[in-house]
Design a protein around this ligand. Structure first.
Ligand SMILES: *[C@@H]1O[C@H](CO)[C@@H](O)[C@H](O)[C@H]1NC(C)=O
Ligand SMILES: *[C@@H]1O[C@H](CO)[C@@H](O)[C@H](O)[C@H]1NC(C)=O
Ligand SMILES: *[C@@H]1O[C@H](CO)[C@@H](O)[C@H](O)[C@H]1NC(C)=O
Ligand SMILES: *[C@@H]1O[C@H](CO)[C@@H](O)[C@H](O)[C@H]1NC(C)=O
Length: 188
């Protein structure tokens, strides 16, 4: 059975596996069943591929900036909130499968580099209702960047993995960017 099949099967076996549909007792039972034996022998690898659209001023907003940001070549100290669409194809018009909801801020004085802390919240397809949490360093001018996937919810409970970012389109003056995401995770 392929990975997608496994995820679909998992969802059929436990259709109420979404975090919001379980109380604390069910969550605890699930957690104790997820022991070392099952982790080593039964973990799955799932790959995801999608495009992330950062539309400055449309799906992002400045939260704060320091009094030196305006004169910093790396806009050090600025912090944004985002609710960026994730699509199956590189076009903004292609099918939306989720949102990247979180914060990013400029944290390097040497180059344009962000701390990015976000949830990839899936709203369609086999991962609808599940999310991945990403926390990493994103030196945006580099063609390829890697950020850790530090956790998740739903079918991605106790997940670990990496997100690989590749620039697809970057309109520096206006700030719009389309970034290709290749994500690979181990999960139960
Ligand atoms: C640990 O996981 C294995 C494999 O899923 C299962 O057979 C076993 O009952 C589990 N043990 C506990 C204490 O939950
Ligand atoms: C940036 O994104 C906005 C919102 O989708 C769009 O109106 C604008 O045309 C885009 N600009 C470029 C250069 O893609
Ligand atoms: C920025 O604010 C700090 C703290 O109030 C102050 O010490 C500093 O002089 C300010 N810098 C500029 C460039 O205004
Ligand atoms: C995603 O899941 C939500 C909640 O279960 C549901 O309302 C919605 O219709 C689903 N969306 C798709 C595209 O399947």
């Amino acid at each position: 059975m392929d990975q997608l099949g496994m995820v679909v099967l998992l969802m059929l076996i436990c259709p109420m596996a979404m975090a919001t549909s379980e109380g604390p007792k069910e969550m605890e039972e699930w957690f104790y069943k997820f022991n070392t034996t099952s982790r080593v022998t039964q973990q799955k690898v799932t790959k995801l591929h999608f495009y992330f659209h950062d539309l400055r001023g449309v799906t992002t907003a400045v939260v704060a900036q320091s009094n030196t940001t305006a004169t910093s070549p790396t806009v050090f100290g600025v912090l944004y909130a985002m609710d960026n669409p994730l699509t199956v194809g590189p076009s903004q018009a292609s099918k939306v499968i989720g949102r990247a909801q979180g914060l990013y801020g400029s944290t390097s004085m040497e180059e344009l580099s962000l701390i990015q802390a976000m949830n990839l919240v899936f709203t369609d397809g086999p991962y609808n209702g599940s999310s991945l949490t990403v926390l990493g360093s994103n030196p945006v001018m580099h063609p390829n960047r890697e950020m850790p996937v530090v956790g998740g919810s739903g079918v991605f409970r106790l997940v670990r993995g990496v997100a690989l970012l590749t620039a697809y389109f970057f309109d520096v003056p206006r700030g719009n960017a389309t970034v290709e995401y290749n994500v690979i995770v181990y999960h139960n």
